[in-house]
Write a protein that binds this ligand. Structure first.
Ligand code: MLT
Length: 270
């Protein structure tokens, strides 16, 4: 792990391997450990970069509101900090996908392709945004355990919850390691995020969309619709997985990512 200086803070970053850059961006309220089953195998062939976003893991916490745009700016700083000067494949899960839209908007020349896992393009409804404000207040008052209690039951499929208690405990401990102020700031940032549906037809990089078949947060039908709106997109549904598909069914997710990366490499070679 290394610490990379970004505007007003420091991000904790795992960077490993040589080759084309592949950036993995975690969901909420997790940290870079959620990608450990991807980081290790893909670092054999690619330069894998896996940051803790601002407010999470070992990265700096900025109290208040941290927007998805600010997180995209941080990632731009991280790429500079780890000497990546080629366009990256940006793989983001859920909140990581919300950050991906902002990265596309601001830093398009630095993007080679997108992998969007279990995410959505639309903004929060007013009710959902109000719920996030309430959630942020609760986490600030009662600590990270309140975030874990609220989020854990939604994130994994009922089958995963029953069959893989070690994975559930691992995800819970990722949540508990995050500081309440960091969780609250990202929740408020998500509440304030803009609608990005209009961006979808403008996405001019190859895009892979991945969704767990039992995802209750961003269901497959919603992601399939997004895929239809993006010009060069393909959609893959992952069996035996909910919202955390890369952790719940890593073989299927890694297979889909691998096939996508090979297709990008062969496109580049031809
Ligand atoms: C995530 O996994 O990042 C969250 O479920 C995103 C959200 O709460 O909208």
């Amino acid at each position: 792990m290394q610490h990379v200086a970004v505007s007003n803070g420091m991000l904790n970053v795992y960077a490993q391997g040589k080759g084309s850059p592949l950036l993995f961006v975690h969901g909420f309220p997790l940290n870079n450990a959620m990608w450990h089953l991807q980081a290790e195998p893909f670092s054999k062939k690619y330069r894998v970069i896996v940051p803790d976003l601002r407010g999470f893991g070992e990265s700096s916490v900025t109290p208040g509101t941290v927007t998805m745009e600010e997180m995209a700016d941080d990632l731009h700083g991280v790429l500079h900090g780890v000497w990546v000067d080629k366009p990256v494949v940006f793989c983001g899960l859920s909140m990581g996908g919300y950050v991906a839209w902002q990265f596309f908007r601001k830093y398009r020349p630095q993007l080679r392709a997108l992998i969007l896992c279990d995410t959505r393009a639309n903004a929060d409804t007013p009710e959902a945004a109000a719920g996030r404000h309430k959630f942020a207040d609760t986490v600030l008052a009662n600590g990270s355990q309140a975030a874990a209690d609220a989020m854990l039951p939604k994130l994994m499929s009922p089958k995963t919850m029953e069959r893989w208690p070690d994975l559930v405990a691992n995800v819970q401990s990722m949540m508990l390691r995050n500081k309440p102020a960091g969780i609250a700031a990202a929740a408020l940032g998500m509440a304030a995020r803009p609608d990005c549906t209009d961006l979808l037809p403008q996405i001019d990089v190859p895009t892979l969309l991945i969704c767990g078949q039992d995802d209750q947060v961003t269901p497959p039908a919603e992601m399939q619709k997004m895929a239809e709106a993006i010009p060069q997109a393909q959609f893959v549904q992952i069996p035996n997985a909910g919202h955390l598909s890369p952790l719940e069914n890593p073989d299927a997710v890694n297979g889909a990512i691998n096939r996508f990366l090979i297709s990008l490499d062969s496109r580049a070679a031809s």
